[in-house]
Design a protein around this ligand. Structure first.
Ligand code: AGP
Length: 612
């Protein structure tokens, strides 16, 4: 998604803006630009299509743009194709106003028509330029920059995180946010804005997360925050405790590989604080046992890999809590007239906490009276702040577009939540509870063991990277595992792949299995291992080339039938997908490596999808 940075201080702004934007590249973008206000009160804009390096080369690494106040932007196109003109910042016609924007202005057409009728000439196809031109229109009308901003915000509709500068005020940046993330950074004689904390790490760790409707005025000396009524408010500061290195590659070839390898540590951070004396403790869940017993329906709502976590959750939470659990794609939930009321618990899962489909589903659920509990990685994100309860996964910054450690920590937290609730309801035996807790305690180390024993994967990836179609088959939790393995492979290697419930193959899809078709057969769910084996035989007899995944205890049995077998340690069935996913992540990674794909920034994808 779009990245936003802003700086006002004593240093030259351009190099700081370029550095901040480089730390946001992972969000996915197709153009970049900066605007700096010179001491003489002149807005200098440099922007270009393509990678940030193109922009940097254009302005001598920032040397050619002089001024100590500026805003910068990386754009992920929504309105108007990726090109120099459509990239941000956008200037008003009189070049007095510069604006950067993340989000979508839904009523930009009517405003554009109004302004054109007022004689304004537009140069781009974007919705954002409308904000710049409207701001200039009101500024020329009232002569007050802050007041003009207020008028704009009362007129535009949609989602926005805005950074705004006025040439007549070379000592001020104004920002505003609604439905798109924006945070304020407090420095020493300098202040900052950013769409996420990663951009600020080298400069300040003292931040405030803006809320919807708020406006902030940044000068070199201070940041003043206003609520929607334009009253000055005080907000709680947060401290970013990530290490700068955590948001950098640290010697790995790709962020994705680094984050796969970080999973043991990430799991320790997600699990350990919530395991005390053999008991699961959720200080951050306010739902009481009585309220839980009052819940008649549970939805899990998410997108992409977070949805796949929800698919695992459906099987596990129903098994543990003996309550019906429905898992829904957020983009479907919000338009399905869901059966939600005050007896419904909606569990929302999102790494970024900014996915628009998921945010919209959350709001739909709340408007229908549901209680919302979210599982989120990015602290202070919009979904986190609008939930009744939020469980952070503490995976740290996940930079690669393809999620790995966030998926794994979401899975662990959701499984822990299911066990926690089951214990509250009295629906799980003491023995089962203790067995799962034991499995959770061992999980990080078992993931470490799995990572250490995956050398075969590179060999298999070298054999299979030229396939143009791959099937993942499995039953029950292995089916949900296949969904995630398939998505990982698709999104970074661009190979078409499909996850299928093994028992469903014979109802149609098996017609696609022919000589040499690659089938990744998942057999880690012990209770259905024999069924899994029969499906392996079924596809092999039709010529499939099978790569199997199973557990240590079933290895020998699987190797009687399949030559290429990946093995993970045994754990409690509820937790088995947490181990099975690791080889599938690595398989996707190595296949993409062989295919020379842009692993951390796959084509067409963004880390956080904040558009519909
Ligand atoms: C996962 O590898 C994908 N990048 C994507 O499916 C992602 O899981 C989805 O967009 C949801 O993102 P979120 O968890 O930040 O809401």
């Amino acid at each position: 998604m779009c990245g936003i940075v802003g700086y006002i201080g004593k240093e030259q702004a351009a190099p700081i803006l370029l550095d901040g934007l480089s730390r946001l590249e992972y969000r996915g973008y197709d153009s970049a630009g900066i605007a700096v206000c010179t001491a003489g009160g002149f807005l200098q804009v440099a922007k270009s299509k393509g990678r940030l390096q193109v922009l940097s080369d254009k302005i001598g690494g920032g040397e050619d743009v002089r001024g100590t106040i500026g805003i910068g932007h990386t754009r992920w196109a929504t309105h108007g194709e990726p090109n120099d003109v459509n990239s941000h910042p956008h200037l008003s016609q009189d070049e007095k106003i510069a604006v950067i924007h993340n989000g979508i202005i839904e009523n930009y057409v009517e405003i554009k028509e109004f302004l054109i009728a007022e004689g304004v000439r537009f140069v781009s196809e974007t919705d954002t330029e409308v904000v710049a031109q409207l701001l200039a229109f009101y500024y020329n009308e009232c002569g007050d920059f802050f007041e003009a901003v207020g008028r704009v915000l009362r007129r535009i509709e949609g989602a926005y995180a805005l950074g705004m500068m006025c040439a007549d005020h070379p000592d001020m940046i104004i920002t505003a946010r609604k439905d798109a993330p924006l945070l304020l950074g407090f420095g020493d004689g300098a202040n900052y804005i950013a769409s996420d904390a990663t951009a600020l790490l080298p400069y300040t760790r003292d931040v405030v997360y803006m809320e919807d409707g708020e406006i902030a005025v940044l000068t070199r000396e201070s940041i003043t925050i206003y609520n929607a009524m334009q009253q000055v408010i005080e907000k709680e500061h947060s401290h970013i405790d990530w290490e700068v290195s955590a948001a950098e590659k640290g010697g790995y070839a790709h962020f994705m590989f680094k984050e796969i390898m970080e999973q043991p540590e990430a799991l320790r951070k997600a699990i350990s604080p919530r395991l005390r004396g053999g008991r699961i403790v959720f200080d951050d869940v306010s739902l009481t046992a009585r309220q839980l017993r009052h819940i008649e329906r549970i939805y899990i709502v998410a997108c992409g890999s977070s949805y796949h976590v929800g698919m695992v959750g459906k099987y596990n939470l129903e098994r543990l809590m003996r309550k019906s659990v429905e898992v829904c794609l957020a983009s479907e939930f919000r338009y399905s007239d869901p059966l939600v009321d005050d007896k419904t618990l909606v569990i929302v899962i999102s790494q970024s906490g900014e996915t628009l489909d998921t945010m919209a589903a959350l709001r739909e659920a709340k408007s229908l009276g549901a209680r919302v509990l979210s599982i989120v990685n990015v602290v202070g994100s919009s979904i986190a702040r609008e939930s009744d309860d939020v469980l952070y996964t503490y995976a740290g910054p996940e930079i690669a577009v393809a999620t790995t450690k966030a998926y794994s920590t979401q899975l662990a937290v959701l499984n822990m939540l299911g066990l926690y609730f089951a214990d509250m309801l009295g629906s799980v035996s003491k023995e089962e509870y203790e067995a799962i807790v034991k499995g959770l305690e061992a999980l990080p180390t078992q993931v470490e063991e799995t990572l250490a024993s995956c050398e075969d994967i590179q060999k298999f990836a070298a054999s299979y990277f030229n396939h143009d179609s791959v099937f993942f088959i499995g039953r029950n939790l292995d089916y949900t595992l296949g969904l995630e393995g398939s998505l990982k492979l698709k999104e970074i290697s661009y190979i078409h792949s499909e996850a299928y419930a093994s028992g469903e193959l014979k109802h149609g899809t098996i017609s696609l299995i022919e000589q040499g078709t690659l089938v990744i057969a998942l057999g880690t769910y012990g209770a259905l291992f024999d069924k899994a084996m029969s499906n392996v035989v079924e596809v092999k007899s039709r010529g499939a080339d099978v790569l199997a995944l199973t557990t240590q205890s079933h290895r020998a049995e699987m190797e009687k039938t399949v030559e290429n077998v990946l093995v993970v340690p045994d754990t409690h069935p509820v937790l088995q997908p947490s181990l099975g996913v690791v080889p599938l992540q690595l398989f996707a990674y190595y296949v993409a490596l062989h295919r020379g794909c842009d692993i951390d920034k796959p084509r067409n994808l963004a880390k956080s999808v904040t558009v519909e």
